[in-house]
Design a protein around this ligand. Structure first.
Ligand SMILES: Cc1ncc(COP(=O)(O)O)c(C=O)c1O
Length: 384
């Protein structure tokens, strides 16, 4: 199937090609100088003390759980409307994900009211997702976290390069650096793409040291250090993992980071074109309209009216070679989670409504205005 308009696309050119070729020519494929350079660039970009590259966003989140000593008997609050990895990582360490409903059909981020209701003496942390890049209400979440002594892990997979506030401020605070630990994904469809890759960021040097150890088997020296004859042996001091980033991914990350600001701006422009073409059309609503906080415009979601058959709309758009997706089926309704925890339909009504009626339209920096207009025209026809 050759799509006319794909859901996402990669802004790669000769710079990415050249950088990856240089890795192959140098014949150092595993985590090396380019990954270290990418980490430094990333930390500087976010204004954070430590950035630790990983093999994916999922492994970044897993390391965050381990670093915070989340384990058996601990509860972690997770928005039900997110990618399944946001909850899986809690299970990896033996904890229990406690699902939080969305705020409303126009704000898919987690509901602060529901969040507070779900906090118990077992609660240890919140995994905070900024859905689609739209920043959650961090000020109120921080107050709750302080009140109940909860750690905040930002799952910033969607929200790379988003400033907390616009305008003249002395220090720009970026998404991912708002909580105790921030995690990023560089999966192929993300605003910064390396294929597979991720990053953990933190201003806490002790957490950073633990995360670095856990990323590489709990070993006290790296292959690169031994190759450069800086160390000749190692000890293993933690039960760690092999969650290292490859040099190819690091090379892509360096080039992609240079394009991020421009590409996020392009996504914003395209979102505005969507909104202009789709407002006041019956059959669906656009969430996050007039949203009070910033966004990376990672995706463009719409919420179809109850009477509109989503499957038909998807099929009609597919016939016009327009690719769409769903973000997200709520995690607690997946068979695995239902079987394990017995969640019933209606447990989180807003998240479940969003899961049934949301439709994600194509959004990526290579889209042209005419592509967006084409999608809008076809959507209007598909909904009638
Ligand atoms: C919100 C969210 N969290 C976590 C992940 C996991 O990242 P990865 O696919 O890099 O493991 C993703 C993306 O895929 C995501 O969208």
């Amino acid at each position: 199937m050759k799509w006319k308009v794909t859901l996402s696309d990669l802004d790669f050119d000769w710079k990415e090609q050249e950088k990856v070729l240089s890795v192959i020519r140098r014949k150092w494929l595993t985590m090396g100088d380019l990954v270290l350079k990418f980490e430094k660039m990333f930390a500087r970009f976010l204004g954070v003390r430590n950035a630790i590259a990983t093999s994916s966003g999922t492994t970044a989140l897993h390391l965050a759980m381990r670093a915070l000593d989340i384990g058996k008997g601990d509860a972690v609050l997770v928005p039900a409307i997110s990618f399944v990895a946001s909850a899986n990582v809690v299970l990896y360490v033996g904890g229990t994900p406690v699902f939080v409903d969305s705020t409303s059909p126009s704000d898919f981020n987690l509901s602060i009211e529901d969040l507070e209701k779900k906090i118990t003496s077992k609660s240890k942390a919140i995994i905070l997702v900024h859905y689609g890049g739209y920043l959650a209400d961090f000020d109120r979440i921080k107050i709750l976290a302080k009140k109940y002594n909860l750690k905040i892990v930002e799952d910033s997979a969607h929200s790379i390069g988003v400033k907390l506030s616009e305008g003249f401020i002395e220090k720009e605070v970026m998404a991912g650096t708002l909580g105790d630990i921030g995690c990023f994904s560089f999966y192929s469809n993300k605003n910064l793409a390396c294929g597979e890759g991720g990053m953990v960021v933190t201003n806490d040097d002790n957490l950073a040291e633990k995360i670095r150890l856990l990323r590489s088997h709990g070993m006290t020296s790296s292959t690169l250090q031994r190759h450069k004859a800086k160390k000749y042996t190692y000890d293993v001091v933690e039960l760690g993992y092999n969650y290292k980033m490859t040099e190819m991914a690091g090379a892509l990350g360096i080039e992609q980071l240079k394009k991020l600001k421009r590409n996020n701006l392009r996504r914003k422009t395209l979102t505005k074109i969507y909104i202009k073409n789709l407002s006041r059309i019956p059959g669906f609503s656009i969430p996050f309209l007039n949203y009070p906080r910033n966004s990376s415009y990672h995706i463009f979601p719409v919420l179809l009216d109850e009477k509109v058959n989503r499957e038909n709309v998807i099929k009609k758009l597919k016939a016009k070679k327009i690719q769409t997706s769903i973000h997200y089926p709520p995690i607690h309704r997946f068979s695995y989670y239902q079987k394990r925890f017995g969640f019933k339909s209606g447990f989180l009504p807003i998240a479940e409504y969003i899961g049934k009626h949301e439709l994600t339209l194509p959004l990526h920096p290579l889209l042209k205005k005419k592509d967006v207009e084409y999608v809008c025209e076809e959507l209007k026809k598909a909904i009638i």
